[in-house]
Ligand binder design. Structure first.
Ligand SMILES: Nc1ncnc2c1ncn2[C@@H]1O[C@H](COP(=O)(O)OP(=O)(O)OP(=O)(O)O)[C@@H](O)[C@H]1O
Length: 126
């Protein structure tokens, strides 16, 4: 027997933001690798402050951090969906989960390259 379709009540903007922050909280809690990303982000911010990078480089570094964290949140969302769809082994879910992990890897490599270029340029100019 299938359940009737769930129809959420219309939400206020406050409720939309509350749900979005709830999503961030759940996404962070579900991903053990978030700790690594947060520690890396803190180190990048500390190094950028120490090296006094300019506003353009600050923007690039913060954008990279946001991209990696957003990719992790999407990865977490797909993991929750996968759990809802099937608890048995499923080749399609395996592909979806691996593609989502690949997306996190791609953004992390890109962020590492951008951060590396910015810090190497600043350090060699000192
Ligand atoms: N239902 C399934 N059917 C087939 N393969 C699966 C299934 N669930 C998970 N997997 C495989 O196991 C891997 C890890 O699954 P999952 O991402 O849920 O675990 P995790 O330890 O929470 O991962 P992460 O370290 O990204 O948090 C997936 O990338 C996928 O290859």
């Amino acid at each position: 027997m299938t359940s009737p379709p769930y129809q959420p009540a219309p939400r206020t903007w406050v409720a939309k933001f509350r749900d979005a922050f709830r999503g961030i909280y759940i996404g962070v809690r579900a991903q053990s690798s978030f700790v690594v990303h947060l520690i890396t982000a803190a180190l990048v911010i500390a190094l950028a402050a120490y090296l006094q990078v300019d506003v353009i480089r600050w923007s690039l570094l913060l954008l990279c951090i946001a991209l990696v964290l957003a990719a992790e949140l999407f990865n977490s969302a797909i993991e929750w969906l996968a759990k809802a769809i099937d608890h048995a082994e499923n080749e399609y879910l395996r592909n979806a989960l691996d593609v989502a992990s690949g997306a996190v890897l791609v953004t992390s490599i890109g962020a590492a390259i951008v951060g590396g270029l910015i810090f190497i340029e600043r350090l060699t100019a000192m």
